[in-house]
Design a binder for this molecule. Structure first.
Ligand code: GTR
Length: 334
């Protein structure tokens, strides 16, 4: 008996020590390695410039202990894939639109409901309050830590065929949407046919007629040159979806409190810059595409579109009764 204890104890200690060493090595290795950042946009896009500032700031503030590289232009893959890669740890940080996030983290779908936000300021107020915290908590549970919120304006319809003035104009149209069933329902509620598709495929799909059009904000419409193949832009402004500056949770948890503080404030600083650049780029992009000949149809009365989206809400609440209170909480914010 005594003998057994003698043999087991050192072995146990050895195993425990080995586990600690392995964990330390793993943590050390993660921190020492250059972080990989995913980004879908072109290098001069507000999101990209925000991410570039983030990397410069963490490197400077940690004296080079933390280093990071943002891969722009979607070279690390499509957004749905990148969300998975972050959960698995092969992508360390990213700026994700919450649109495709809903497929993986259902609570985040509440911000993808058409017309849920009154405007950009309303979205900011919601995200800065308890709803923002609830969304962050739901994301953290799935291995993604949201450190800051970026702007992505309002999304409107554009196509190669005609101006859209009423929901009826969408009838029979083939519209590309981001990867989320909610957006398929949104188009169906107006009688159109939605095709979920990666961002990188939209230009050629419109050009070859696979779809008639898509929907996005001014800067993405311009930076992707979609305006060259889909020259009618109509301001439905049906979606105002935030984007999050996110980091892999295992990596985040491995950081010291001091480094977490540096990383968090660099993410927040980058969001401040991004929001400023966003406002400028939105105007510049709108002016650029209109000067290039885009036919812009301003929709002043959005009520018919809002009304057409009621079935989307009904189905959503029916399928996600637990999220009704979150929807109501957003609607209750002034
Ligand atoms: C952009 C957004 C991207 C991506 C893209 C899309 O506005 O910034 O993250 O979601 O739209 O339509 O796929």
């Amino acid at each position: 008996m005594t003998r057994q204890i003698r043999i087991k104890t050192p072995l146990k200690h050895w195993a425990a020590a080995a586990a600690v060493t392995a964990a330390l090595l793993a943590a050390g290795a993660t921190q020492a390695a250059e972080w990989r950042g995913w980004n879908i946009h072109v290098p001069d896009y507000p999101v990209s410039l925000g991410m570039d500032q983030f990397t410069a700031e963490i490197e400077e503030k940690t004296g080079g202990k933390l280093t990071a590289k943002s891969y722009h232009n979607g070279v690390l893959g499509s957004q749905p894939d990148a969300i998975e890669q972050m959960r698995l740890g092969s992508i360390d940080y990213a700026v994700f639109n919450l649109g495709p996030m809903g497929q993986v983290i259902p609570a985040t779908n509440v911000v993808s409901l058409p017309f849920i936000f009154k405007n950009l300021d309303h979205m900011h107020r919601v995200l800065d309050g308890p709803v923002g915290e609830q969304l962050s908590d739901a994301m953290a549970e799935k291995g993604i830590v949201a450190l800051a919120w970026y702007d992505s304006g309002a999304r409107s319809f554009y196509n190669s065929k005609k101006p859209i003035a009423t929901p009826d104009d969408v009838k029979g149209m083939k519209v590309r949407v981001m990867n989320n069933d909610l957006f398929v329902d949104m188009i169906a509620s107006m009688g159109g046919n939605a095709t979920p598709m990666a961002f990188s495929e939209v230009y050629s799909s419109i050009k070859t007629g696979v779809v008639d059009g898509a929907e996005n904000n001014w800067p993405s419409y311009e930076s992707t040159a979609h305006y060259e193949v889909a020259g009618y832009y109509s301001s439905t402004e049906h979606l105002i979806i935030p984007e999050c500056f996110c980091i892999n949770k295992t990596l985040w948890d491995s950081l010291s409190a001091e480094d977490q503080e540096i990383v968090k404030s660099a993410a927040r600083d980058s969001a401040t810059l991004q929001r400023q650049l966003w406002a400028e780029r939105s105007n510049a992009s709108r002016e650029k595409v209109i000067a290039a000949g885009v036919k812009y149809n301003e929709i002043v009365d959005k009520a018919p579109f809002q009304k057409a989206m009621q079935p989307v809400y009904d189905k959503f609440i029916e399928n996600n009764p637990d999220l009704e209170s979150l929807v109501k909480a957003i609607q209750a914010v002034d």
